[in-house]
Design a protein around this ligand. Structure first.
Ligand SMILES: [Fe+2]
Length: 317
């Protein structure tokens, strides 16, 4: 079971809880924005108190962090609001300290939050994937047509991370004042957003103000959209974001999934036939002919474990 649909959720009025998971030092507090109750993957809003310190160490999950306000020292570097980190599983961060408090979005992508004290990277850490960038200062806005077919003009994007295997992206986006888009969209990917500032309106879910959040599983209709005064938000997908646009507000996720499959059938018929055939004609797991041992990758195993949730599900064990 992947993360359930949560939309809209406004966290600002909820209280923080003390962060007391084993391995973590005291002095931080959390709110859960979304959670996969099977594997523990989650998106948290975390408040680090002034005086917070953490020794050098690593997590067993890929971790993403976005500073909302305040400042945090990571080794010799001071990171401030707008700073984004992608820390691959097993990549050891230097010591962290917070002088005067800060708030951040913290995301564990593969499992529940974990911390192991270490001043060396794990032998299997994919450290080349580490990203450290200030999203406000170090990246320009790009047009929304980075994602196809394009959203309406007036929705801009800064890509902070792009996963070359899954095409998942982490990004900032903004909607200009008086932005509007009149159609409805859905995607094959899950989509997540946190409103850093501003309010926007969507036909299905109403207004999403500052502090508003959603985790939206695939194939759920969203749109039309409007934004009166402008919005800046942090967003993520878990795989390729393709905009399926239409104008029928009454379709449900199963119907949208069939339309997406029909799209694949027309555009890539051989691939469709191969993936949709009833017999077990495909090899163990999702094959990757460039990397024959790809199924042994723990992330691929996890995806495969969670992937077969449709009525035609079948085991490869
Ligand atoms: Fe979307």
């Amino acid at each position: 079971m992947a993360r359930p649909h949560i939309e809209p959720f406004v966290e600002l009025n909820d209280d923080y809880k003390a962060f007391t998971l084993p391995g973590f030092s005291g002095g931080s507090h959390y709110k859960v924005l979304s959670l996969d109750t099977d594997c523990g993957a989650c998106t948290l809003k975390v408040r680090f108190d002034g005086g917070y310190v953490r020794k050098p160490g690593m997590s067993y999950s890929d971790m993403e962090l976005f500073i909302l306000n305040g400042a945090m020292k990571v080794g010799d570097q001071t990171i401030v609001e707008g700073h984004y980190l992608f820390v691959p599983a097993g990549h050891a961060l230097p010591a962290i300290s917070v002088d005067q408090g800060c708030e951040a979005l913290v995301m564990y992508n593969d499992s529940e939050p974990s911390f192991v004290e270490s001043d060396a990277h794990h032998a299997l850490a994919l450290s080349a994937g580490y990203i450290s960038v200030n999203a406000y200062e170090d990246a320009p806005w790009a047009p929304g047509n980075l994602v196809t077919p394009s959203v309406a003009s007036g929705c801009l994007i800064k890509v902070l991370r792009y996963d070359v295997l899954t095409e998942a992206i982490t990004f900032l986006y903004c909607m200009t004042p008086e932005f509007m888009q009149d159609n409805i969209s859905y995607h094959d990917c899950a989509e997540e957003s946190y409103h850093i500032w501003g309010e926007s309106w969507m036909m299905q879910f109403g207004n999403l103000p500052t502090g508003g959040y959603f985790w939206r599983p695939p194939y759920i209709n969203h749109g039309a959209f409007r934004c009166k005064l402008g919005t800046i938000a942090f967003g993520r997908t878990d795989s390729k974001l393709h905009n399926y646009f239409h104008f029928n507000p009454w379709t449900n996720p199963d119907e949208n999934k069939l339309r997406a499959a029909a799209h694949l059938y027309r555009q890539r018929p051989q691939l469709y036939q191969w993936t949709a055939s009833d017999g077990h004609n495909h090899p163990h797991g999702p094959s990757d002919f460039e990397h024959p041992h790809y199924h042994d990758d723990p992330q691929v195993k996890l995806i495969h474990k969670h992937g077969h949730t449709d009525p035609h599900s079948h085991s490869h064990d």
